[in-house]
Design a protein around this ligand. Structure first.
Ligand SMILES: NC(=O)c1ccc[n+]([C@@H]2O[C@H](COP(=O)([O-])OP(=O)(O)OC[C@H]3O[C@@H](n4cnc5c(N)ncnc54)[C@H](OP(=O)(O)O)[C@@H]3O)[C@@H](O)[C@H]2O)c1
Length: 381
């Protein structure tokens, strides 16, 4: 049987997930072809990627790319996401940037391998409806929803609850009060994963885990009160599903994003990839589980509560968090001010009933602007 080449567009190709997606493409030159690449400001890396992968289309958020022969430059991410010669769109942008392209791809009937979890946090109802309406699937790339998805394979419902694992981030084991003077460099040292800057800070505050709870709620249609979070320091178990009979399935593997990326790219097939590290059970050491202490992670419950309230609330939480993380990375606020900035922004929010897409995007943008303007009140100096 002649295997059909899957033609892939990668949005956010210069980032952590984007570059690891290209690693997988390198491992499967017979089965995967990069048709389109899109990035933000890292023109140098994007140009190198264009020279290596020779896509037909390219988008540079910073403007036109010079000296790239052979690739048509596409000004708009949404147009790039629904090109007729693309079979699968990988959305590996960060924050709100991936929302409209995801909806455009799903609307055009294209499967979306989704890493950019904020897309679902901001507009979960709209994104799931777009997938249902066109029949184009959302293939989770994030390791926790990928684990849940893999645990659910072959099951016919009967899900009791989801157990999402969390490493605990850079400051696990330290009291919240002791974190007032931590630097961005310290917060960017994730104990088990190597990831982009925003998600690494979100992992230290556990805002990331709250986003994943919201993401899992939408992707798997599970009520919030049946999604638990447990601290699992080793990041070997990527999440679990408890079924109604009490049996629990866990998905296990090395903390390497190329596993869930590859699973999404080839779903429903599995492919051997010798370049990935193998799980060595005999030498994996002890796996531990601890309850998550909400006192230690003030962002977590605040953001999950926004998910439960629905409407514009999660979009505001996402926009405020994005701004707060930028402010911390720019040394404009303390690490411990991140939840304060989100809380103050939420307090100023005037929710919109039954928001449409523009309302949700507007709410996230308003929150980002409002949170940035708060910086002076929380400034270090
Ligand atoms: N990293 C991980 O291991 C991981 C794991 C699970 C889930 N995720 C999720 O996956 C998403 C990506 O994370 P990441 O860690 O890969 O982030 P990252 O390293 O910061 O990469 C983000 C990518 O998006 C591009 N980008 C940003 N704004 C853009 C715009 N307006 N137009 C076009 N491209 C734009 C960036 O381009 P430039 O760099 O060129 O500006 C970069 O290529 C996030 O939502 C994150 O939560 C990440």
């Amino acid at each position: 049987m002649v295997e059909r080449v899957k033609r892939v567009a990668i949005l956010g190709s210069t980032g952590s997930v984007g570059t690891q997606t290209l690693d997988i493409v390198r491992s499967f030159p017979q089965s995967l072809r990069v048709v389109a690449l899109a990035a933000g400001r890292n023109e140098r890396l994007l140009r190198d990627q264009v020279l290596e992968f020779k896509p037909s289309y390219v988008h540079a958020g910073s403007g036109r790319l010079d000296s790239v022969d052979g690739a048509t430059q596409i000004a708009n991410l949404e147009d790039l996401a629904c090109l007729s010669d693309v079979d699968l769109v990988v959305v590996a942008t960060v924050g709100a940037a991936g929302l409209r392209p995801t909806l455009a791809a799903l609307g055009a009937g294209k499967p979306v391998a989704l890493a950019n979890k904020e897309v679902i946090v901001i507009a979960g109802d709209h994104v799931m409806a777009a997938s249902r309406d066109s029949g184009a699937p959302i293939l989770p790339v994030d390791s926790e929803p990928s684990a849940v998805w893999q645990c659910l394979a072959g099951e016919s419902g009967a899900v009791g609850r989801l157990i999402i694992t969390a490493s605990g981030g850079a400051f696990r084991g330290r009291s919240w009060d002791s974190l007032a003077n931590v630097s961005p460099e310290e917060a960017l040292k994730h104990p088990t994963w190597t990831m982009g800057r925003k998600i690494t800070i979100d992992s230290a505050t556990l805002a990331n885990k709250a986003f994943e709870v919201i993401e899992a709620h939408y992707l798997f249609d599970i009520p919030y009160d049946r999604i638990d979070v447990v601290i699992h320091r080793q990041s070997i178990i990527h999440s679990m599903v408890e079924f109604t009979d009490g049996s629990v399935k866990a998905q296990i593997g090395p903390p390497d994003m190329r596993y869930p990326i590859q699973f999404a790219l080839f779903y429903p097939e599995r492919q051997a990839n010798p370049s990935l590290p193998r799980f060595d059970a005999a030498n994996a050491g002890t796996l531990t589980f601890e309850p998550m202490d909400p006192e230690h992670y003030p962002c977590f419950q605040m953001i999950v509560d926004c998910g439960k309230r629905g409407g514009t609330w999660p979009a505001v939480a996402a926009g405020a968090d994005e701004a707060a993380v930028d402010l911390f990375l720019d040394r404009a606020i303390r690490f411990t001010s991140i939840p304060e900035v989100i809380k103050t922004t939420l307090a100023a929010h005037r929710p919109i009933a039954n928001p449409d897409l523009d309302d949700l995007i507007g709410a996230a943008e308003w929150a980002r602007g409002h949170a940035l303007a708060l910086a002076t009140g929380h400034a270090i100096r």
